[in-house]
Design a protein around this ligand. Structure first.
Ligand SMILES: Nc1ncnc2c1ncn2[C@@H]1O[C@H](COP(=O)(O)OP(=O)(O)OP(=O)(O)O)[C@@H](O)[C@H]1O
Length: 260
């Protein structure tokens, strides 16, 4: 579905992504792992149009999408989750979801004056959709709560929920489990699996929690120093000599990987 060919992203003389080549199969939940500083987030940001590549190519279903800005990728169903921005923290969780689709009639002055009924209908439909998403994620009780006041894990669910307000095809999740308690992490895992099975979402997931990766991801791609080291099931990756070497001595955060 997505093919990344010889992708480079340099910051000055530093090669954060250094010739990464990989493919993401349609319908998969692909895990992207690697020690700190391996270039995972940078790779995500380049694929999702947040950063321009230095060189290389990204294509989706054969179409060149290299360097397309996030809003164009959004319309093609390529979504990357973002933390709920500070300025939206004072809006309710429901409103945070309702503002995702964009392009509603209410956004033009003409429609504000003359299209009131249509706007009201669109708002009703959006509100129903947002409530459906909140229910799916088991956080319907937070509909009226300000997004800035819910827990870290609930915010992560809301971030995932934003991708459900539009017809996503592929969703990039960056450390969705960071700082999230086990129960909520299980809810997030359930939601990802369900979206994958029932709505054909393809996911690419950056995560340091190996239990989470093991539960939901196949295949797993391991990066180190800006390159792809190995691809396979988590068991295969864990047994890979190059992977073990890359993880060794990289600090506490990576200890799960080498069983230290
Ligand atoms: N805007 C930037 N300017 C300069 N260097 C950057 C920039 N963004 C990232 N880097 C560097 O690129 C390298 C890769 O960073 P990146 O965040 O992609 O790694 P990562 O694999 O996601 O790491 P982690 O697991 O710790 O989040 C790091 O050494 C980082 O310091």
């Amino acid at each position: 579905m997505i093919e990344v060919h010889d992708l480079h992203k340099h910051f000055g003389g530093f090669h954060a992504v250094d010739g990464a080549t990989l493919s993401i199969a349609e319908g998969s939940i692909t895990g992207l792992i690697g020690p700190n500083g391996a270039g995972k987030t940078t790779l995500f940001n380049v694929i999702a149009g947040v950063l321009p590549p230095t060189s290389g190519r990204v294509s989706m279903a054969g179409e060149d999408i290299t360097g397309l800005p996030p809003h164009e990728l959004f319309h093609k169903g390529v979504l990357r989750t973002f933390q709920i921005a500070h300025e939206f923290g004072s809006m309710t969780c429901r409103d945070n979801l309702m503002m995702v689709p964009g392009g509603q009639s209410g956004e033009t002055l003409w429609n504000t004056w003359f299209g009131r009924r249509r706007i009201a209908e669109e708002e009703r439909a959006l509100r129903a959709k947002a409530d459906e998403v909140l229910e799916f994620l088991t956080i319907e009780h937070l509909a009226e709560q300000r997004a800035g006041e819910v827990s870290g894990g609930q915010k992560k669910l809301l971030e995932l929920g934003r991708t459900m307000m539009v017809d996503a095809r592929i969703v990039f999740l960056d450390e969705v489990g960071a700082g999230v308690n086990r129960t909520l992490l299980n809810t997030i895992g359930d939601a990802i699996l369900q979206l994958n099975r029932e709505r054909n979402y393809t996911f690419v997931v950056i995560e340091h929690d190996m239990d989470f990766i093991e539960r939901i991801c196949d295949p797993v791609i391991c990066m180190a120093e800006g390159k792809v080291l190995a691809e396979g099931t988590l068991a295969e990756i864990k047994a890979n000599e190059q992977v073990i070497e890359a993880y060794l001595g990289t600090g506490l955060k990576n200890k799960d990987m080498v069983g230290a």
